[in-house]
Ligand binder design. Structure first.
Ligand code: ADP
Ligand code: MG
Ligand code: MG
Length: 251
């Protein structure tokens, strides 16, 4: 069993050489393997900042607090080291990598994370299977990473990585944005498979409750102005759907 523990985390976004702006103001959160946590909150509350900080994005500076993966502080680790340690962030705006095919990208990522190349036969089979389940066109594997991918294809690609790389914790930032209902279902089923098959812990960050019809969180956290203001079970998401965040603003 693994634990991701965030303790009194304060983070600033670096604007330029001299200026920064505090965004996260004391975030506390503990996620264990096999748990699904949803973080919900209004636009601009700092949800993506939290996700990017966990992943090690250089634009965000940890001012104080800790991010512990199985007791080890990851805040000084590079993005690659965090990935090897078992953290995976599905980016809100995934990047294009010109000249690198999906096939090479996935195999290099798997090799980097596991510390050894996967056996070619099982790997090819695993990739084919996962692509089939995500209803990804077989030609996709020969294309360059994210180049000319539609929004839905990018999301499926993220979930394909999640299924193949088998991280301990998957952080999904607005994975539902821009997906039609069919794509949302396929993507959600992929997250659920990674959760069930690999005991992955999930941090699902979302603005809307739509995705929570397909991915069922046990814990729902309300995030406003850089920190958690409430938490509960799935019923809290239903209440937010009806009432919005108004009652939390300024708390
Ligand atoms: P959310 O994901 O909840 O919508 P964000 O984490 O994206 O919130 O943003 C939180 C706040 O931090 C916003 O006020 C946003 O403008 C600011 N912010 C985040 N990243 C940057 C950045 N790179 N440069 C300037 N401001 C930023
Ligand atoms: Mg965001
Ligand atoms: Mg407050």
């Amino acid at each position: 069993m693994s634990t991701l523990e965030i303790k009194d985390l304060h983070v600033s976004v670096i604007l330029d050489d001299e200026n920064s702006k505090p965004i996260l103001k004391g975030v506390n959160l503990t996620i264990n393997s096999g748990e699904i946590h949803a973080i919900m909150g209004p636009n601009g509350s700092g949800k993506s900042t939290l996700a990017s900080t966990i992943a090690g994005h250089p634009k965000y500076r940890v001012d104080s607090g800790e991010i512990l993966l199985d007791g080890e502080d990851v805040t000084e680790m590079s993005v690659d080291e965090r990935a090897r340690a078992g953290l995976f962030l599905a980016m809100q705006y995934p990047v294009e990598i010109p000249g690198v095919t999906m096939s090479n990208f996935l195999r290099s990522a798997k090799t980097a994370i596991d510390g050894e190349a996967p056996s070619l036969r099982t790997w090819t089979k695993d990739v084919k299977e996962a692509m089939g389940e995500l209803k990804i066109d077989p030609d996709f594997i020969a294309r360059n990473v994210n180049e000319g991918f539609s929004g839905g294809e990018k999301k499926r690609h993220e979930i394909l990585q999640l299924e193949l790389l088998k991280p301990k914790f998957g952080i999904l930032d607005e994975t539902d944005s821009g997906l039609d209902v069919d794509a949302l279902k396929i993507v959600s089923e992929g997250v659920n498979r990674a959760h069930q098959n690999n005991d992955m812990g999930v941090l699902l960050i979302t603005h809307y409750t739509r995705i929570l019809r397909y991915i069922k969180p046990e814990f729902v956290h309300v995030f406003v102005d850089g920190h958690m203001v409430d938490q509960g079970g799935p019923e809290l998401a239903d209440r937010l759907e009806e009432e919005g965040y108004v009652s939390y603003i300024g708390k």
